[in-house]
Design a protein around this ligand. Structure first.
Ligand code: CA2
Length: 155
């Protein structure tokens, strides 16, 4: 069966607040801007995007499980769950879709509790501290990897 030309975009808790507070850390663009940027980047490669933001861990996990049916990869900013959630990590590991982890801010330069990511080693692409432009970078790198894998399977 051919790989579906769809990506799942997941934004975790509190990312619905983008553009409303803390512009010094997260910039002034909104979640709608992030989703538009991601859709546009994916469209350059002929992919569409299913976008989801939730403040509820179980909703995120259900969406990740559902992606097995019709998505080729996942772009995820898990928000604060990055640093706390083994269940989110298990969901990503369980579906085994190529995954890009995005953080708008440079978590490595912030508080020490933000330095560890439970998601990092189940993701194949990491874009950290590039602002909201990081979502498009993640799409380009993720699709490049998917395309390379497909080419390898054909040869
Ligand atoms: O830098 C990122 O993208 C983060 O994933 C954002 C999370 C934070 O817990 C991670 O350590 C790094 C927080 C998302 C909250 O976003 C807000 C946006 C505007 C105003 C308030 C919160």
């Amino acid at each position: 069966m051919s790989t579906p030309r769809r990506l799942l975009l997941v934004n975790g808790p509190n990312l619905n607040l983008l553009g409303t507070r803390e512009p010094g850390i997260y910039g002034t663009e909104t979640l709608a801007d992030v989703e538009r940027r991601t859709v546009e980047a994916a469209a350059e490669h002929g992919y569409d995007v299913r976008a989801l933001q939730s403040n509820h861990e179980g909703v995120l996990i259900d969406a990740i499980h559902a992606a097995r049916q019709d998505c080729a990869g996942i772009v995820i900013n898990p928000g604060g769950l990055t640093h706390t959630s083994i269940v989110l990590r298990d969901a990503l590991s369980g579906v085994a879709l190529p995954t890009a982890e995005v953080h708008i801010s440079d978590v490595r330069a912030r508080e020490s509790f933000r330095h560890h990511s439970y998601v990092a080693d189940v993701a194949v692409v990491h874009v950290i501290g590039e602002g909201v432009a990081g979502y498009a970078l993640a799409v380009h790198r993720l699709v490049a990897g998917i395309t390379a894998t497909e080419a390898g399977q054909r040869s």
